[in-house]
Design a protein around this ligand. Structure first.
Ligand code: NDP
Ligand code: MG
Length: 383
C-alpha cells in the first residue's frame, strides 16, 4: 500500500490524482491533503477517505470551521499547513499546487526524506538548483507528472543517460497556435482559456497560449534529467498524441504515445516502475489518422526563446521569470492587461533583473520578490 499526501487536491491535477487513487484502493491510500479555498473538496475527501489524518486549507477561518465538523482530524492552514503535510508521515507527495507556492513544500518533502511526484513545474523553474542539491543530499527521487516529462521518463526506462543525444519535448501550441502576432493583440481571456486538446487549470492554460509553459517545460526537463539546454528541443505537434521523445546516440528515437489524459502520467508516477490498468479509452491511432510535426517559431512565441536564455544563464533568472509571469498571467485573466503584454512584462523582467547566483532559499525569495514587484510596477503604471 502506497500512502499518498496530495497538495492541490481541489485542482485539475489534484482531482485526477484522486480519481487514480480511487481506481486502485488496494494499492494507493490518501493519508493527507491540502486545498486552497475550495473547502467543499476538503469535506468530500474527508468523507471519502476515512484514513485521512491531516488536511490543510488556505484560510484560518475555514480551518476552524472544518475542525468543528471533524474534531478527530488535524486541520491546518496557510503555507505552514502545506509544509507540515510535506514533512509528515507518508510514502510519496503528489505536488499539484500551482505557482511559486509549490516550491517550499517540494523542498520540505525532500529534506524530510520523501519522494515527490511533481506536477508543480514552477518548483523546478524557480529553484531547480536548490531542489537538485537537496535530492542528491537526501537520496530521494522526483518523479515527473507533467505529460512530456513522464513520456521522456518512460522512454528512458532501460536505457542509459550517457547514450542520450537529445530530448524532444512536443508542444501543442496552445489556444492561439493558428493566430498571427497581429491577431494576438486583441484576443480575449475566454478564447485563451479554450485549449484545443487539454482541460487544465486556468494559469497553465494561459501559459500554454503564451508558450511560457513550454519554456518552463524545457527548464523542467533540464533539471529532471540533467540534460544541458542545447540538447533539449521543442517540436510542435498539434495533436498532443506523441507526448515527447528521446533520441539516442545511434539515432534511434523512442516516443511515448497516448490520449491527452493526465491520469496516465499521474498513475505512472505513482505506480513506477510498475504499470497498472487504467480505466480510460485506449488510443485509436487509425482514428487520429495523421500526426503533424514542425519546428516552433520563436519569433511568434518569444517566451519560449526567453526560457532557454534564462535557463542557460541560470542564477536568479528562472525565479524572476516565473514571478513576473505569475503576476502578468493573473493580470491578463483579471482583464487588467492585454494578452501580448504578458510577454512584454516577462521579457522586461528577465532582461532588467540584476543577475545574482542562487545559493539559498533566501536568494530564491529575493528573486521571486524582485520579479513580482517588477511586474506589479508595470501594471500599476497602466492605471
Ligand atoms: P489548478 O489551478 O487547477 O489547481 C491548483 C491547486 O492548487 C488547487 O487545488 C488550489 O486550491 C491549490 N492552491 C493554489 N494556491 C494555493 C495556496 N497558496 N495554498 C493552498 N493551495 C493552493 O492547477 P492545475 O491542477 O492545472 O496545475 C497544478 C500544477 O500542475 C501546475 O504547476 C501546472 O503547471 C501543473 N500541470 C498541470 C497540468 C494539467 O493538466 N492541469 C498538466 C501538467 C502540469 P483551490 O482551488 O482550492 O484554491
Ligand atoms: Mg506539459
Amino acid at each position: 500500500m502506497k500512502r499518498i499526501a496530495l497538495l492541490g487536491a481541489s485542482g485539475s491535477i489534484g482531482t485526477q490524482t484522486v480519481d487514480v487513487i480511487l481506481q486502485h484502493p488496494d494499492l494507493f491510500e490518501l493519508v493527507s491533503f491540502g486545498v486552497g479555498s475550495r473547502v467543499e473538496t476538503a469535506r468530500t475527501l474527508l468523507k471519502q477517505f476515512p484514513g485521512i489524518s491531516l488536511c490543510s486549507v488556505m484560510n484560518e477561518a475555514d480551518a476552524l470551521e472544518l475542525s468543528k465538523e471533524y474534531p478527530d482530524k488535524t486541520i491546518l492552514f496557510g503555507d505552514e499547513g502545506l509544509k507540515t503535510i510535506a514533512e509528515s508521515d507518508y510514502d510519496v507527495l503528489v505536488n499539484a499546487l500551482v505557482g511559486f507556492a509549490g516550491f517550499a513544500p517540494t523542498l520540505a518533502a525532500i529534506e524530510s526524506d520523501h519522494d515527490v511526484a511533481l506536477a508543480n513545474k514552477e518548483s523546478l523553474v524557480c529553484g531547480g538548483e536548490l531542489i537538485t542539491r537537496a535530492l542528491a543530499l537526501h537520496g530521494r527521487s522526483l518523479i515527473p507528472i507533467d505529460s512530456e516529462h513522464s513520456a521522456i521518463f518512460q522512454c528512458l526506462q532501460g536505457n542509459r543517460m550517457r547514450q542520450v543525444k537529445r530530448l524532444i519535448v512536443t508542444a501543442s501550441g496552445g489556444s492561439f497556435r493558428n493566430r498571427t502576432r497581429e491577431e494576438l493583440a486583441s484576443v480575449t481571456v475566454e478564447e485563451a482559456l479554450a485549449h484545443p486538446n487539454w482541460s487544465m487549470g486556468a494559469k497553465i492554460t494561459i501559459d500554454s497560449a503564451t508558450m511560457m509553459n513550454k519554456g518552463f517545460e524545457v527548464t523542467e526537463a533540464h533539471w529532471l534529467f540533467g540534460v544541458p539546454y542545447e540538447k533539449i528541443d521543442v517540436l510542435m505537434h498539434p495533436e498532443s498524441i506523441v507526448h515527447s521523445m528521446v533520441e539516442f546516440v545511434d539515432q534511434s528515437v523512442m516516443a511515448q504515445l497516448g490520449s491527452p489524459d493526465m491520469r496516465l502520467p499521474i498513475q505512472y508516477a505513482l505506480s513506477w516502475p510498475d504499470r497498472l490498468p487504467l480505466n480510460e479509452p485506449p488510443l485509436d491511432l487509425a482514428k487520429a489518422g495523421t500526426l503533424h510535426f514542425s519546428n516552433p517559431d520563436t519569433e511568434r512565441f518569444p517566451l519560449l526563446a526567453l526560457a532557454y536564455e534564462a535557463g542557460t544563464k541560470g542564477g536568479n533568472l528562472g525565479a524572476v521569470m516565473n514571478a513576473a509571469n505569475e503576476v502578468a498571467n493573473a493580470a491578463f485573466r483579471n482583464h487588467q492587461i492585454p494578452f501580448t503584454m504578458i510577454e512584454d512584462i516577462v521579457i522586461g523582467a528577465v532582461h532588467e533583473a540584476p543577475f545574482t547566483p542562487l545559493k539559498s532559499v533566501d536568494d530564491l525569495l529575493a528573486a521571486n520578490a524582485w520579479g513580482d514587484e517588477y511586474a506589479r510596477g508595470k501594471i500599476r503604471k497602466l492605471s
